[in-house]
Write a protein that binds this ligand. Structure first.
Ligand code: ATP
Ligand code: MG
Length: 393
């Protein structure tokens, strides 16, 4: 017997006049992940939720993993459809409990969710009656009102009841694609992948730009960034990874006698932003994202961040600015990038670095140093000749 996937969305319920558009995008995104695992049935919209018939051969775990990739979903249920009739619902529950119980659960409760007041069942009264009907059938579970092992949900809408055991939390946020395009400066560290994810979850579509240490870094650096970008792409279907060779630029800057060594870190970051800004114009991204977190490393002191921020006249979003490293690492585990970010690698950050970087760069010093660098030439060469664009899906 087939099941039904019922998807509830949260925040986009608040979007007023744009609600239809948000629902359409969410439906499209949901359809993409379901198609990817081979579910080809129609997605129907009924009274504020999406419902999809899932053929019997599909594993629930695979469905949950796929739906868990879609931003904009508050929670979802894998449910069995039953006639809207007290005895039929009770019987279906007793049968299902016998099938899934396997000594795993001790307590239960029943919650009814109705979308139309005209449907049968008075919520509190019927919840008790369903509970009593189950107990009579010796299901060998005790009632527990708060946080039972087996929360039973009877959701009623459009003349049917849907029974499910527990709600699965969705990603939350807003559907990817409703918020326009951003470009994330992506490294293989923990921070920038989490920053990119956070903005996707707020509805942005994100492309990636990576500054590779090549030819001075090992190939594994680029591999790791590609793997991370691929994982992030699962949340939005497709993306571009723009790779800019940066090793030679760093080497030249580090040998430039007009440039104080202690300023190199700030100068590298400013150049990255300037090149990323040009790439953003080219690929129509409206703002940049970085994984910077206040005070985390030498380049992220207040003065250095200000000096870096002043390098371009283009918006830069820093979703992790107030996060602790621990919180960022925990988040990277949830989104699936942790294990790759944890691998050792020679990234650009460790190449051509001064022994004691400045922690309080002044903008005047930085601008003075930049007079000795052909910034326009470097940007043009990077964008027009060195840039490599990879499509991921
Ligand atoms: P991450 O964990 O994201 O590497 P980090 O803690 O190492 O960050 P920094 O090295 O100062 O911090 O980098 C700050 C931000 O600059 C990164 O989060 C990322 O957005 C960007 N960045 C740093 N190095 C690169 C690179 N090689 N390519 C693209 N972006 C980079
Ligand atoms: Mg880094």
């Amino acid at each position: 017997m087939g099941k039904h996937l019922i998807v509830h969305y949260g925040e986009l319920g608040l979007k007023g006049g744009n609600k239809g558009y948000f629902e359409d995008v969410l439906k499209r995104n949901l359809m993409r992940v379901l198609r990817d695992i081979g579910v080809k049935t129609q997605i129907n919209y009924i009274l504020g939720r999406f419902i999809v018939r899932i053929p019997a051969e599909f594993d629930e775990k695979v469905i949950c993993e796929a739906v868990g990739l879609v931003a904009g979903i508050e929670y979802f249920l894998i449910a069995q459809m039953v006639e809207l009739d007290f005895d039929k619902i009770s019987k279906a529950l007793v049968d299902s409990i016998a099938r899934i119980k396997d000594g795993k659960y001790e307590t239960f409760n029943v919650r009814i969710k109705k979308s139309q007041e005209t449907l049968p069942f008075e919520r509190l009264k019927s919840e008790k009656e369903f509970g009593a009907a189950l107990l009579v059938n010796e299901i060998d579970l005790k009632v527990k009102m708060k946080e039972p092992d087996l929360p039973i949900i009877v959701e009623c809408f459009a003349d049917k009841a849907y029974i499910a055991f527990g709600k699965k939390p969705g990603l939350g946020g807003l559907p990817v694609g409703t918020g326009g395009k951003l470009l994330c400066l992506l490294s293989s560290g923990f921070d920038s992948p989490v920053a990119a994810f956070k903005m996707m979850r707020r509805g942005a579509r994100v492309d990636f730009i990576h500054f590779s240490g090549q030819p001075y870094s090992k190939k594994d650096e680029l591999n790791q960034v590609q793997k991370i970008a691929k994982i992030l792409t699962k949340y939005q279907g497709e993306s571009k990874l723009i790779v800019i060779p940066f090793g030679k630029i760093q080497k030249e800057l580090s040998m430039n006698t007009g440039v104080p060594k202690k300023l190199l870190v700030v100068l590298y970051r400013r150049l990255m932003l300037k090149i990323a800004e040009k790439a953003a114009y080219r690929f129509r991204a409206k703002a940049l994202i970085t994984g910077e977190s206040f005070g985390q490393v030498a380049s992220q002191t207040l003065k250095n961040m200000v000096a870096i921020d002043r390098s371009i006249d283009f918006p830069v979003f820093r979703p992790l600015i107030g996060f602790d490293k621990r919180e960022i690492i925990d988040e990277s585990r949830k989104i699936g990038t942790h294990d790759i970010s944890a691998l050792p690698c020679t990234d650009t950050c460790s190449l051509f670095m001064p022994k004691s970087p400045e922690v309080a760069a002044s903008l005047e010093e930085v601008l003075e140093a930049e007079k000795h660098i052909d910034i326009g030439g470097i940007i043009q060469e990077s964008i027009d000749r060195q840039m490599d664009v990879q499509k991921l899906s």
